[in-house]
Structure formats: structure tokens, C-alpha cells
Design a protein around this ligand. Structure first.
Ligand code: NAD
Length: 253
């Protein structure tokens, strides 16, 4: 795995799931990591990682709490060179049943949270001479998916915003990329994955992904191994978005 020695990385939504796996692997790769989450169980996740990890409670939609996270990180570890905007919520509903309140809530966490995160860390990254921002979007940010009006819109937004900031901040040595996981086994998707999807046609590999499989892609993007990768989108989805995988099911019947 790529090295993150000397890097200081903030990871949002890191109490559990993919964020926790990313924090663990980033620390194993040598980074100092600051885990944030609305859930206080992030404290325990950070303790399990060890001395290179700290937790601070945070709601990513609150600008004042972002200021606290930046101050906390600089006070503990002296710089900020990485940010993983991983916190997110999912609402699955038909568009005709979606409400303005729910739509706005999803956009606020999944898209405005990413906007605030990038804005908050950029000055510290500029001071550090550069950095890497990884925005966790979704396969639903690469293609249209039923039942994901707010979720899909927010994740398409994250993908677009990542490219804009990559273009504007490349000269400061700040890289910005988006990662697009497919169906990954985490607390959020446990039921969906367990119930399966008739032989799991959501992946050419015939299975859901593991949080570590996405985390390893994120660690690569945080590291200097990806020094010329910016403004890119990386699908980690077992070819879910590569094409019409369900047609194969018909051919095999
Ligand atoms: P998860 O629910 O296990 O973890 C998300 C974390 O974000 C939770 O710990 C939650 O408390 C935190 N969070 C939610 N709202 C927050 C807020 N306002 N402020 C701070 N923290 C907040 O989910 P996961 O499956 O590990 O997903 C991680 C990210 O990957 C999410 O953005 C999700 O949309 C995305 N994603 C997941 C999958 C999947 O199959 N699991 C697929 C594609 C994309």
C-alpha cells in the first residue's frame, strides 16, 4: 500500500463503515488521522486505531464545527495535508414520494458538507504547500439510479464540484478527486446486501465490496503515488457502472 508518512488527514463520517476503514488504513500507511462524526462511537474507533488517531464530534453541515475541526487538527498534529469527505446519508424513495425537506436534507449533508469541508481546509493546505482531497461520491454520481433523487443529485454534485476545485487549486498543489463506490457492505447497506439482488447483478464480481477495498483506493489518492491524478473520478464498484450488467442475466437464463 502507498505510504502516507508525514501526512495529516481529516476523515469525516469515520465512526463506522467506510470512513472507519479509511482511517484505519490511512493510519497503517503512516498518517496522523482525525476522525469526525456526529456519532460519538467515533471516539472508540479512534482509540482502537491508536496514538496516531484522534476523534472530534462534528456535524459536517455546520461551518462553525468545521472551524473547530481545523483548529483541533492543527493543534494536535501541526498541519493538514489530506481530507476525506466521507460523511453521507442515504434516502431511498421514489421521486414522486420525495419531499422538499428530505431532498434538502440529503443535499445539505452530502453536498454542502463537502463544500464546507473543502473551503475549511484549503488555507491550511496552502500553508502546507499542497494537499489531497478525496470526496466520496457514489456509483449514483456516475449514472442515473431509481429511488435516489436527493442522493443521486448530491453525488453528481460532489463529482462536479470536485472537478471545479481541482481546476482552480491545482496551482496551489492541491489535488481533488472523487471516489464512486458501488454496493459496499457497511452498517448502512447491511440489509440490502444481505437480502441480495438475485445473484447480485450490481457487480460483475458477483459480490458486494468491502469497506477496505474502497479505503485502499482512497489511500492511493491521498498519497504521493497519485501525484498527477486530480480532477478524476475513480469507480470502485465491481463494474456496476461499466455497462448493462443485468443484460447478462437474461443471456444466461
Ligand atoms: P455509514 O452510514 O456506515 O457511514 C456514514 C457516516 O457518516 C456515519 O457514521 C454517520 O454517522 C456519518 N454522518 C452522517 N451524517 C453526518 C453529518 N451531518 N455530519 C457528520 N457525520 C455524519 O455509511 P457508509 O456505507 O460507510 O458510507 C460512507 C460514504 O460512502 C457515504 O457518503 C455514502 O453515501 C457513500 N457510499 C456508500 C456506499 C455503500 O454501499 N456503502 C455506496 C456508495 C457510496
Amino acid at each position: 500500500m502507498a505510504t502516507l508518512a508525514g501526512k495529516v488527514v481529516i476523515i469525516t463520517g469515520a465512526a463506522r463503515g467506510m470512513g472507519a476503514a479509511t482511517a484505519r488504513l490511512a493510519a497503517e500507511a503512516g498518517a496522523k488521522v482525525v476522525l469526525t462524526d456526529v456519532l460519538t462511537e467515533g471516539e472508540r474507533t479512534a482509540k482502537l486505531i491508536g496514538d496516531s488517531a484522534r476523534f472530534i464530534q462534528q456535524d459536517v453541515t455546520d461551518p462553525a464545527q468545521w472551524e473547530r475541526v481545523v483548529d483541533f487538527t492543527l493543534a494536535r498534529f501541526g498541519s493538514i495535508t489530506g481530507l476525506v469527505n466521507n460523511a453521507g446519508i442515504t434516502v431511498n424513495t421514489l421521486f414522486e414520494n420525495d419531499t422538499l425537506e428530505s431532498f434538502e436534507k440529503v443535499l445539505k449533508v452530502n453536498l454542502v458538507g463537502v463544500f464546507l469541508g473543502m473551503k475549511s481546509v484549503i488555507p491550511a493546505m496552502q500553508t502546507a504547500g499542497g494537499g489531497s482531497i478525496v470526496n466520496i461520491s457514489s456509483a449514483a454520481g456516475l449514472t442515473g439510479m431509481p429511488l435516489t433523487s436527493g442522493y443521486g443529485a448530491s453525488n453528481w454534485g460532489v463529482r462536479g464540484l470536485s472537478k471545479v476545485v481541482a481546476l482552480e487549486l491545482g496551482a496551489s498543489g492541491i489535488r481533488v478527486n472523487s471516489v464512486h463506490p458501488g454496493m459496499v457492505f457497511t452498517p448502512t447497506t447491511a440489509n440490502t446486501v444481505r437480502e441480495g439482488h438475485g445473484g447480485f447483478p450490481l457487480s460483475a464480481l458477483g459480490r458486494a465490496g468491502r469497506p477496505e477495498e474502497v479505503a485502499r483506493a482512497t489511500v492511493f489518492l491521498l498519497s504521493d503515488e497519485s501525484s498527477y491524478v486530480t480532477g478524476a473520478e475513480l469507480a470502485v464498484d465491481g463494474a456496476w457502472t461499466a455497462g448493462q450488467i443485468t443484460l447478462l442475466q437474461f443471456a444466461k437464463q
